[in-house]
Write a protein that binds this ligand. Structure first.
Ligand code: PEP
Ligand code: MN
Length: 412
Protein backbone atom coordinates (compact mmCIF):
# COMPACT_ATOMS: atom_id res chain seq x y z
CA UNK A 1 0.00 0.00 0.00
CA UNK A 2 1.30 3.45 -0.89
CA UNK A 3 3.16 5.14 1.91
CA UNK A 4 3.21 2.46 4.60
CA UNK A 5 7.01 2.38 4.54
CA UNK A 6 7.43 6.15 5.04
CA UNK A 7 9.52 7.43 7.87
CA UNK A 8 6.96 9.12 10.07
CA UNK A 9 7.65 12.58 11.38
CA UNK A 10 5.60 14.87 13.63
CA UNK A 11 3.18 16.96 11.68
CA UNK A 12 4.30 20.51 11.09
CA UNK A 13 2.17 23.45 9.94
CA UNK A 14 1.02 23.46 6.34
CA UNK A 15 3.05 26.54 5.43
CA UNK A 16 6.27 24.62 6.18
CA UNK A 17 5.17 21.65 4.07
CA UNK A 18 3.12 19.22 6.13
CA UNK A 19 4.64 15.95 7.26
CA UNK A 20 2.81 12.71 7.78
CA UNK A 21 1.16 12.73 11.22
CA UNK A 22 2.81 10.90 14.09
CA UNK A 23 2.12 7.16 14.18
CA UNK A 24 -0.18 7.33 11.16
CA UNK A 25 -0.14 5.15 8.07
CA UNK A 26 -2.87 4.68 5.45
CA UNK A 27 -3.75 1.49 7.36
CA UNK A 28 -3.28 2.56 11.00
CA UNK A 29 -7.11 2.75 11.29
CA UNK A 30 -7.15 -1.06 11.32
CA UNK A 31 -5.99 -1.01 14.95
CA UNK A 32 -8.96 1.15 16.01
CA UNK A 33 -12.68 0.51 16.37
CA UNK A 34 -13.75 -0.20 12.77
CA UNK A 35 -17.50 0.15 12.17
CA UNK A 36 -19.88 0.32 9.21
CA UNK A 37 -17.74 -1.82 6.88
CA UNK A 38 -19.16 -4.57 4.65
CA UNK A 39 -18.35 -8.21 5.32
CA UNK A 40 -16.62 -9.18 2.07
CA UNK A 41 -16.91 -12.94 1.57
CA UNK A 42 -13.48 -13.22 -0.08
CA UNK A 43 -10.66 -11.31 1.68
CA UNK A 44 -8.19 -12.24 -1.07
CA UNK A 45 -10.38 -10.65 -3.73
CA UNK A 46 -10.64 -7.51 -1.57
CA UNK A 47 -6.85 -7.36 -1.13
CA UNK A 48 -6.30 -7.83 -4.86
CA UNK A 49 -8.76 -5.05 -5.72
CA UNK A 50 -7.27 -2.52 -3.30
CA UNK A 51 -3.74 -3.39 -4.45
CA UNK A 52 -4.74 -2.64 -8.01
CA UNK A 53 -6.51 0.62 -7.05
CA UNK A 54 -3.46 1.78 -5.12
CA UNK A 55 -1.56 1.87 -8.40
CA UNK A 56 -4.21 3.93 -10.25
CA UNK A 57 -3.93 7.68 -10.85
CA UNK A 58 -5.45 9.95 -8.22
CA UNK A 59 -8.57 11.94 -9.09
CA UNK A 60 -7.59 15.25 -7.50
CA UNK A 61 -4.31 17.10 -7.03
CA UNK A 62 -2.63 18.46 -3.95
CA UNK A 63 -2.65 21.99 -5.30
CA UNK A 64 -6.43 21.99 -5.91
CA UNK A 65 -6.93 20.57 -2.44
CA UNK A 66 -4.78 23.29 -0.93
CA UNK A 67 -6.77 25.96 -2.76
CA UNK A 68 -9.97 24.58 -1.22
CA UNK A 69 -8.31 24.40 2.21
CA UNK A 70 -7.41 28.07 1.96
CA UNK A 71 -10.89 29.05 0.76
CA UNK A 72 -12.47 27.24 3.72
CA UNK A 73 -10.20 29.24 6.02
CA UNK A 74 -11.64 32.38 4.39
CA UNK A 75 -15.17 31.14 5.05
CA UNK A 76 -14.31 30.87 8.75
CA UNK A 77 -13.65 34.62 8.68
CA UNK A 78 -16.89 35.48 6.79
CA UNK A 79 -14.83 36.25 3.67
CA UNK A 80 -16.37 33.33 1.72
CA UNK A 81 -19.39 31.04 2.05
CA UNK A 82 -19.44 27.25 1.60
CA UNK A 83 -22.13 25.57 -0.49
CA UNK A 84 -21.80 21.78 -0.30
CA UNK A 85 -24.46 19.65 -1.94
CA UNK A 86 -25.45 16.73 -4.10
CA UNK A 87 -26.87 13.25 -3.91
CA UNK A 88 -27.24 11.32 -0.69
CA UNK A 89 -25.80 8.39 -2.61
CA UNK A 90 -24.63 8.33 -6.20
CA UNK A 91 -25.79 5.26 -8.05
CA UNK A 92 -24.60 3.39 -11.10
CA UNK A 93 -28.15 3.56 -12.51
CA UNK A 94 -28.52 7.36 -12.35
CA UNK A 95 -25.16 8.08 -14.00
CA UNK A 96 -25.56 10.29 -17.06
CA UNK A 97 -24.20 13.58 -18.44
CA UNK A 98 -27.67 15.09 -18.10
CA UNK A 99 -27.79 14.33 -14.38
CA UNK A 100 -24.32 15.78 -13.82
CA UNK A 101 -25.16 18.86 -15.88
CA UNK A 102 -28.43 19.43 -14.04
CA UNK A 103 -26.65 19.15 -10.69
CA UNK A 104 -23.97 21.56 -11.83
CA UNK A 105 -26.49 24.05 -13.16
CA UNK A 106 -28.39 23.96 -9.89
CA UNK A 107 -25.26 24.46 -7.79
CA UNK A 108 -24.21 27.31 -10.05
CA UNK A 109 -27.58 29.04 -9.72
CA UNK A 110 -27.57 28.66 -5.93
CA UNK A 111 -23.98 29.86 -5.68
CA UNK A 112 -24.73 32.96 -7.80
CA UNK A 113 -27.74 33.76 -5.68
CA UNK A 114 -25.72 33.35 -2.46
CA UNK A 115 -22.79 35.36 -3.79
CA UNK A 116 -25.10 38.25 -4.71
CA UNK A 117 -26.81 38.12 -1.33
CA UNK A 118 -23.66 37.85 0.80
CA UNK A 119 -21.18 39.84 -1.27
CA UNK A 120 -18.51 37.18 -0.74
CA UNK A 121 -17.26 34.36 -3.00
CA UNK A 122 -19.14 31.07 -2.73
CA UNK A 123 -17.15 27.84 -2.50
CA UNK A 124 -18.81 25.19 -4.69
CA UNK A 125 -18.25 21.79 -3.11
CA UNK A 126 -20.10 18.97 -4.83
CA UNK A 127 -21.21 15.93 -2.88
CA UNK A 128 -20.42 13.92 -5.99
CA UNK A 129 -17.74 11.97 -7.89
CA UNK A 130 -17.20 9.47 -5.06
CA UNK A 131 -20.29 9.59 -2.79
CA UNK A 132 -21.07 5.89 -3.18
CA UNK A 133 -20.84 4.26 0.27
CA UNK A 134 -23.60 4.48 2.89
CA UNK A 135 -23.67 3.80 6.63
CA UNK A 136 -26.69 1.80 7.79
CA UNK A 137 -28.54 1.71 11.10
CA UNK A 138 -29.81 -1.83 10.59
CA UNK A 139 -27.81 -4.65 9.07
CA UNK A 140 -28.92 -7.29 8.11
CA UNK A 141 -32.17 -6.24 6.49
CA UNK A 142 -35.09 -8.52 7.30
CA UNK A 143 -38.16 -8.85 5.06
CA UNK A 144 -40.55 -11.58 6.11
CA UNK A 145 -38.45 -14.72 6.47
CA UNK A 146 -35.57 -13.38 4.40
CA UNK A 147 -32.43 -11.87 6.01
CA UNK A 148 -29.89 -10.28 3.68
CA UNK A 149 -26.95 -7.90 4.11
CA UNK A 150 -28.13 -4.26 4.11
CA UNK A 151 -27.53 -2.17 0.99
CA UNK A 152 -24.36 -0.15 1.66
CA UNK A 153 -24.16 1.82 -1.56
CA UNK A 154 -23.34 0.83 -5.14
CA UNK A 155 -19.61 0.70 -4.38
CA UNK A 156 -20.35 -2.23 -2.04
CA UNK A 157 -23.44 -4.13 -3.18
CA UNK A 158 -26.68 -3.86 -5.16
CA UNK A 159 -29.94 -2.37 -3.90
CA UNK A 160 -32.15 -5.26 -5.11
CA UNK A 161 -33.29 -7.48 -2.26
CA UNK A 162 -31.74 -10.76 -3.42
CA UNK A 163 -28.71 -12.64 -2.21
CA UNK A 164 -26.57 -12.16 -5.31
CA UNK A 165 -27.10 -8.39 -5.40
CA UNK A 166 -26.60 -7.89 -1.68
CA UNK A 167 -23.35 -9.85 -1.41
CA UNK A 168 -20.51 -7.29 -1.06
CA UNK A 169 -18.29 -7.40 -4.16
CA UNK A 170 -14.92 -5.60 -4.25
CA UNK A 171 -15.08 -5.44 -8.07
CA UNK A 172 -17.70 -2.72 -7.63
CA UNK A 173 -14.92 -0.42 -6.43
CA UNK A 174 -13.57 -0.24 -9.98
CA UNK A 175 -16.91 0.82 -11.39
CA UNK A 176 -17.22 3.47 -8.67
CA UNK A 177 -13.70 4.70 -9.38
CA UNK A 178 -14.47 4.87 -13.10
CA UNK A 179 -17.77 6.68 -12.59
CA UNK A 180 -16.17 9.13 -10.15
CA UNK A 181 -13.38 9.83 -12.65
CA UNK A 182 -15.79 10.45 -15.53
CA UNK A 183 -18.10 12.56 -13.33
CA UNK A 184 -15.21 14.72 -12.17
CA UNK A 185 -13.97 15.13 -15.73
CA UNK A 186 -17.43 16.26 -16.86
CA UNK A 187 -17.79 18.60 -13.88
CA UNK A 188 -14.43 20.14 -14.69
CA UNK A 189 -15.42 20.87 -18.27
CA UNK A 190 -18.75 22.36 -17.14
CA UNK A 191 -17.05 24.54 -14.54
CA UNK A 192 -14.45 25.75 -17.05
CA UNK A 193 -17.30 27.17 -19.11
CA UNK A 194 -18.64 29.08 -16.05
CA UNK A 195 -15.19 30.10 -14.88
CA UNK A 196 -15.51 29.03 -11.24
CA UNK A 197 -13.72 26.05 -9.70
CA UNK A 198 -15.83 23.20 -8.39
CA UNK A 199 -14.49 20.85 -5.74
CA UNK A 200 -15.62 17.34 -4.83
CA UNK A 201 -16.40 15.63 -1.53
CA UNK A 202 -17.81 12.47 -0.06
CA UNK A 203 -18.09 10.61 3.22
CA UNK A 204 -14.84 8.69 3.79
CA UNK A 205 -16.68 5.57 4.84
CA UNK A 206 -15.39 2.53 2.98
CA UNK A 207 -11.92 2.49 4.48
CA UNK A 208 -10.27 -0.17 2.32
CA UNK A 209 -11.20 1.86 -0.77
CA UNK A 210 -10.22 5.19 0.78
CA UNK A 211 -6.86 3.86 1.97
CA UNK A 212 -6.11 2.56 -1.54
CA UNK A 213 -6.53 6.09 -2.90
CA UNK A 214 -4.14 7.75 -0.44
CA UNK A 215 -1.13 9.22 -2.21
CA UNK A 216 2.03 10.73 -0.80
CA UNK A 217 3.65 13.73 -2.42
CA UNK A 218 6.35 15.95 -0.95
CA UNK A 219 6.05 14.09 2.35
CA UNK A 220 2.31 14.87 2.58
CA UNK A 221 -0.28 12.12 2.63
CA UNK A 222 -3.63 13.00 1.08
CA UNK A 223 -6.75 11.41 -0.28
CA UNK A 224 -6.68 11.64 -4.05
CA UNK A 225 -10.30 10.43 -4.11
CA UNK A 226 -11.79 13.89 -3.41
CA UNK A 227 -10.73 17.37 -2.33
CA UNK A 228 -12.71 17.16 0.90
CA UNK A 229 -13.78 14.16 2.97
CA UNK A 230 -16.09 13.99 5.93
CA UNK A 231 -16.62 11.61 8.81
CA UNK A 232 -20.24 10.56 9.25
CA UNK A 233 -22.30 10.87 12.40
CA UNK A 234 -22.21 7.09 12.95
CA UNK A 235 -18.41 6.85 12.68
CA UNK A 236 -17.21 9.85 14.68
CA UNK A 237 -17.19 8.24 18.16
CA UNK A 238 -14.09 8.14 20.45
CA UNK A 239 -11.59 5.52 19.28
CA UNK A 240 -13.05 5.49 15.78
CA UNK A 241 -11.08 4.05 12.87
CA UNK A 242 -12.52 6.76 10.61
CA UNK A 243 -11.15 9.57 12.76
CA UNK A 244 -7.77 7.83 12.77
CA UNK A 245 -7.83 7.55 8.98
CA UNK A 246 -8.71 11.23 8.48
CA UNK A 247 -6.12 12.37 11.02
CA UNK A 248 -3.21 11.69 8.69
CA UNK A 249 -4.64 13.28 5.54
CA UNK A 250 -3.71 16.75 4.37
CA UNK A 251 -7.24 17.25 2.96
CA UNK A 252 -9.67 19.57 4.67
CA UNK A 253 -12.10 17.35 6.58
CA UNK A 254 -15.64 17.58 7.87
CA UNK A 255 -17.23 16.07 10.96
CA UNK A 256 -20.96 15.44 11.03
CA UNK A 257 -22.24 16.62 14.41
CA UNK A 258 -25.50 14.96 15.43
CA UNK A 259 -27.47 15.25 18.68
CA UNK A 260 -25.50 12.56 20.53
CA UNK A 261 -22.20 14.47 20.20
CA UNK A 262 -20.92 15.75 23.55
CA UNK A 263 -18.60 18.79 23.71
CA UNK A 264 -15.73 16.76 25.25
CA UNK A 265 -15.83 14.21 22.43
CA UNK A 266 -15.86 17.00 19.86
CA UNK A 267 -12.83 18.68 21.44
CA UNK A 268 -10.93 15.38 21.55
CA UNK A 269 -11.61 14.93 17.82
CA UNK A 270 -10.47 18.45 17.02
CA UNK A 271 -7.24 17.83 18.89
CA UNK A 272 -6.65 14.62 16.93
CA UNK A 273 -7.61 16.04 13.54
CA UNK A 274 -6.22 19.53 13.87
CA UNK A 275 -3.30 19.63 16.33
CA UNK A 276 -1.81 22.66 14.59
CA UNK A 277 -5.07 24.66 14.58
CA UNK A 278 -4.98 25.35 10.87
CA UNK A 279 -7.70 27.60 9.46
CA UNK A 280 -9.72 25.64 6.90
CA UNK A 281 -8.76 22.23 8.22
CA UNK A 282 -12.01 21.28 9.99
CA UNK A 283 -15.61 21.95 9.02
CA UNK A 284 -18.25 21.07 11.61
CA UNK A 285 -21.39 19.99 9.80
CA UNK A 286 -24.23 20.46 12.27
CA UNK A 287 -27.20 18.11 11.75
CA UNK A 288 -29.29 18.19 14.91
CA UNK A 289 -32.83 18.39 13.56
CA UNK A 290 -35.20 21.34 13.98
CA UNK A 291 -36.35 20.09 17.39
CA UNK A 292 -32.93 19.56 18.96
CA UNK A 293 -30.70 22.26 17.55
CA UNK A 294 -31.63 24.82 20.26
CA UNK A 295 -30.57 22.39 22.93
CA UNK A 296 -27.56 20.68 21.33
CA UNK A 297 -25.70 23.33 19.30
CA UNK A 298 -24.92 26.04 21.91
CA UNK A 299 -22.76 23.76 24.16
CA UNK A 300 -20.67 22.73 21.14
CA UNK A 301 -20.07 26.33 20.08
CA UNK A 302 -19.17 27.34 23.63
CA UNK A 303 -16.63 24.52 24.01
CA UNK A 304 -14.95 25.29 20.69
CA UNK A 305 -14.91 29.04 21.31
CA UNK A 306 -13.52 28.63 24.84
CA UNK A 307 -10.44 26.99 23.29
CA UNK A 308 -10.21 29.46 20.43
CA UNK A 309 -10.19 26.63 17.88
CA UNK A 310 -10.62 27.64 14.26
CA UNK A 311 -13.49 25.70 12.68
CA UNK A 312 -15.98 26.36 9.94
CA UNK A 313 -19.58 26.08 11.16
CA UNK A 314 -21.79 24.58 8.47
CA UNK A 315 -25.47 23.55 8.57
CA UNK A 316 -26.84 20.23 7.32
CA UNK A 317 -30.59 20.71 7.84
CA UNK A 318 -31.41 17.42 6.09
CA UNK A 319 -30.28 14.52 8.26
CA UNK A 320 -31.96 15.47 11.53
CA UNK A 321 -35.32 15.96 9.84
CA UNK A 322 -35.97 12.63 8.14
CA UNK A 323 -39.38 11.05 8.72
CA UNK A 324 -41.47 8.23 7.30
CA UNK A 325 -44.62 9.37 5.50
CA UNK A 326 -47.94 7.63 6.03
CA UNK A 327 -47.44 6.00 2.62
CA UNK A 328 -44.09 4.56 3.77
CA UNK A 329 -41.69 6.91 1.94
CA UNK A 330 -38.67 8.27 3.77
CA UNK A 331 -39.13 12.02 3.39
CA UNK A 332 -38.32 15.47 4.76
CA UNK A 333 -40.51 18.56 4.92
CA UNK A 334 -39.00 21.71 3.43
CA UNK A 335 -40.50 23.78 6.25
CA UNK A 336 -38.62 21.73 8.87
CA UNK A 337 -35.42 22.05 6.83
CA UNK A 338 -35.95 25.80 6.71
CA UNK A 339 -36.74 25.95 10.42
CA UNK A 340 -33.46 24.26 11.36
CA UNK A 341 -31.54 26.47 8.93
CA UNK A 342 -33.02 29.63 10.45
CA UNK A 343 -32.17 28.48 13.99
CA UNK A 344 -28.62 27.53 12.92
CA UNK A 345 -27.94 31.10 11.79
CA UNK A 346 -29.64 32.61 14.85
CA UNK A 347 -27.80 30.39 17.34
CA UNK A 348 -24.39 30.86 15.71
CA UNK A 349 -24.87 34.61 15.75
CA UNK A 350 -26.08 34.65 19.38
CA UNK A 351 -23.13 32.50 20.47
CA UNK A 352 -20.47 34.48 18.60
CA UNK A 353 -19.76 31.88 15.90
CA UNK A 354 -19.76 32.60 12.17
CA UNK A 355 -22.35 30.54 10.25
CA UNK A 356 -20.25 29.91 7.16
CA UNK A 357 -21.74 27.08 5.15
CA UNK A 358 -24.58 24.79 4.10
CA UNK A 359 -24.56 21.04 3.39
CA UNK A 360 -27.55 19.80 1.37
CA UNK A 361 -28.89 16.70 -0.32
CA UNK A 362 -30.29 17.94 -3.60
CA UNK A 363 -30.57 17.12 -7.26
CA UNK A 364 -31.14 19.07 -10.44
CA UNK A 365 -33.75 16.48 -11.44
CA UNK A 366 -37.43 17.27 -10.80
CA UNK A 367 -37.91 14.61 -8.13
CA UNK A 368 -40.68 14.26 -5.53
CA UNK A 369 -38.73 13.13 -2.48
CA UNK A 370 -39.10 15.99 0.05
CA UNK A 371 -42.50 17.59 0.72
CA UNK A 372 -43.37 21.28 0.50
CA UNK A 373 -42.10 24.17 -1.60
CA UNK A 374 -43.70 27.00 -3.57
CA UNK A 375 -44.83 24.49 -6.16
CA UNK A 376 -45.52 22.04 -3.37
CA UNK A 377 -44.77 18.34 -3.38
CA UNK A 378 -47.66 16.81 -1.40
CA UNK A 379 -47.35 13.68 0.65
CA UNK A 380 -49.62 11.81 -1.76
CA UNK A 381 -47.32 12.71 -4.68
CA UNK A 382 -44.09 11.33 -3.17
CA UNK A 383 -44.37 8.20 -5.31
CA UNK A 384 -44.49 10.17 -8.61
CA UNK A 385 -40.74 10.65 -9.06
CA UNK A 386 -39.08 9.18 -6.00
CA UNK A 387 -35.68 8.06 -7.36
CA UNK A 388 -33.16 8.31 -4.54
CA UNK A 389 -31.14 5.25 -3.56
CA UNK A 390 -30.93 6.46 -0.01
CA UNK A 391 -32.16 9.73 1.57
CA UNK A 392 -34.73 12.13 0.06
CA UNK A 393 -33.23 15.08 -1.83
CA UNK A 394 -34.48 18.59 -2.48
CA UNK A 395 -35.50 19.14 -6.08
CA UNK A 396 -34.18 22.17 -7.94
CA UNK A 397 -37.11 24.44 -6.98
CA UNK A 398 -36.93 23.51 -3.31
CA UNK A 399 -33.14 23.93 -3.24
CA UNK A 400 -33.35 27.41 -4.80
CA UNK A 401 -36.01 28.43 -2.31
CA UNK A 402 -33.72 27.34 0.52
CA UNK A 403 -30.79 29.21 -1.07
CA UNK A 404 -32.90 32.38 -1.13
CA UNK A 405 -33.61 31.97 2.59
CA UNK A 406 -29.92 31.35 3.34
CA UNK A 407 -28.92 34.38 1.28
CA UNK A 408 -31.12 36.55 3.49
CA UNK A 409 -29.84 34.97 6.71
CA UNK A 410 -26.16 35.09 5.73
CA UNK A 411 -26.35 38.75 4.73
CA UNK A 412 -26.97 39.91 8.30
C1 PEP B 1 -25.22 11.53 4.88
O1 PEP B 1 -24.68 12.65 4.81
O2 PEP B 1 -25.76 10.97 3.90
C2 PEP B 1 -25.24 10.84 6.19
C3 PEP B 1 -25.36 9.53 6.30
O3 PEP B 1 -25.20 11.71 7.18
P1 PEP B 1 -24.94 11.54 8.74
O4 PEP B 1 -23.60 10.93 8.88
O5 PEP B 1 -24.99 12.96 9.20
O6 PEP B 1 -26.02 10.71 9.29
MN1 MN C 1 -27.98 11.12 3.47
Amino acid sequence: MAGTSLTLARRSPIRDGRRVAHGWTPLSWRDRDVRQQPAYPDPDALAAATRELAAYPGLVSLSEMDALHQALGEAQMRRAFLLQGGDCAESFAEFSPETIRAGHTLMDAMASLLARATGVPVIRLARLAGQFAKPRSTDPEVRGDARLPAYRGDIVNGIAFDRAARTPDPERMFRAYGQATATLSHLRSLSRASGKPIYTSHEALLLDYEAALVRIENGRAFSSAAHFLWIGDRTRFPGSAHVEFARGLANPVGIKCGPSLEPEALIAMLEALDPEREPGRVTLIIRMGADLIDHRLPPLIRAVRALGRPVLWSCDPMHGNTIKSASGYKTRALERIMAETRRFFEICTAEGAIPGGMHLEMTGQDVTECTGGLVPVMEENLGDRYHTHCDPRLNAGQALELAALVGGLARQ
